[in-house]
Design a protein around this ligand. Structure first.
Ligand code: LMR
Length: 397
């Protein structure tokens, strides 16, 4: 039955992770998948998560199915985290949230929902975007196109070109925006630019779909929501796909949320009913553990304080690695200016390394970065590997 099948190409990001695992070089460096590493190169379980798990194990009395849309308190808490507990989107009933298996799960449910209920709508992604974005929407038979984003040098936002391409998107189409810490470039619009983006999206009656996977990894939990709140201002409809893999370090627990923001509560409930149908015919209902952890932490003042502190530590370490990378590259390759890396935010940066250089990094130095744009996961750089990494980059340059 399967003899006629060719082998599918490995995934552009997770395939590298597999290749890294199989690399016997003890000095190998993995800057491919977006996973945080501490200074010792470990991906830790946050202390607030450990404590929440301890409490959960004590009180858990059943492993029966959750509702199709997940834990009831989870949606309210994540909306509060994104918009603030008093914001009209959190309190008015015109927004509904479904707990999903990761941000990717949220995107796929959104894609199924769009194809079934807004058939024919094209999804417009930034050029470049996360390599999995177009694949998720195409897998659900949603047409995908791109709008301009980075400048010709690949180090900053070409805002004029971005606005110009947003102006040309037909009314009713979906525009996929990265709420903060743009993946793969680390280049975000300024607060003033977000205002202008929101104005175009509203005036042209586009449906914004905000992928919000890195809240707290840019400047702070509060500052990182400026763009999202601008896009979802009073009266606007929107879809938000949020992830808690990175900011809670819950990668393997698969915790995300799909939030549908409608004009009013009735429309929101109708939208929810259709999104639930998409879930039921896909994975039926979500897993409990990860979302129970997020719920426990966000609902408890002490655990939440601890979480915010641990999140700030992760963010500060990444930002200090950005600075150190720029400094170290000055010596490793004096002819190349990497100062743009220090200005970017989140886990990723486009290094500008060519596919050939990326290939040499892997084959000659066991350094793994994503081929497209030479995307590096800055969160994988540590005091122990930075010298070797920069020397290797200097050599391939
Ligand atoms: C990444 O871009 O590396 C992360 O979002 C993880 C993934 O699933 O690709």
């Amino acid at each position: 039955m399967f003899e006629h099948l060719d082998t599918a190409p490995p995934d552009a990001i997770l395939g590298l992770n597999e290749a890294f695992r199989n690399d016997p070089n003890p000095d190998k460096i993995n800057l491919s998948v977006g996973v945080y590493k501490d200074a010792a190169g470990r991906t830790p379980v946050l202390a607030c998560v450990k404590e929440a798990e301890r409490r959960l194990v004590e009180v858990e009395s059943s492993k029966s199915y959750l509702a199709i849309d997940g834990l009831p308190e989870f949606g309210q808490l994540v909306r509060g985290l994104m918009f603030g507990p008093e914001h009209e989107i959190t309190t008015s009933g015109r927004a509904v949230s479904l707990q999903t298996p990761g941000g990717t799960g949220a995107l796929r449910v959104a894609a199924d929902f769009l194809r079934k209920k807004l058939a024919g709508t094209t999804v417009w992604c930034s050029k470049p975007t996360w390599v999995n974005h177009p694949k998720i929407f195409e897998a659900a038979d949603c047409p995908v196109k791109t709008y301009d984003y980075i400048d010709a040098d690949g180090v900053g936002l070409d805002f004029d070109a971005m606005l110009k391409s947003l102006e040309q998107i037909p009314a009713g189409d979906v525009v996929l925006l990265h709420g903060c810490c743009h993946n793969p470039t680390g280049i975000d619009p300024t607060p003033e630019q977000w205002k202008q983006i929101a104005e175009v999206v509203r005036r042209r009656a586009l449906l914004p779909l905000v992928d919000f996977a890195y809240q707290g990894f840019g400047e702070s939990l509060e500052a990182d929501v400026r763009g999202l709140r601008e896009i979802c201002s009073e009266g606007t409809e929107a879809i938000v796909c949020s992830s808690y893999s990175k900011n809670f370090g819950l990668y393997s627990e698969r915790v995300g949320a799909l939030t549908l923001i409608a004009e009013g509560p009735e429309a929101a409930q109708a939208a929810l009913s259709h999104a639930k149908t998409c879930v039921r015919t896909n994975y039926s209902n979500p897993p409990q553990h990860g979302a129970a952890i997020v719920t426990t932490v966000l609902a408890d003042a002490e655990l939440r304080r601890q979480w915010e502190q641990e999140l700030a530590e992760m963010r500060n370490r990444i930002n200090s690695m950005r600075e150190q990378f720029v400094q170290t590259m000055r010596t490793a390759s004096p002819g190349h200016d990497f100062s743009f890396i220090a200005a970017q935010r989140g886990m990723f940066s486009f290094s500008g390394l060519t596919p050939l250089q990326v290939d040499e990094l892997r084959t000659k130095h066991s350094v793994y970065v994503v081929t497209a744009g030479g995307r590096i996961n800055v969160a994988g750089i540590t005091p122990d590997n930075i010298e070797r990494l920069c020397a290797a980059i200097g050599e391939v340059l």
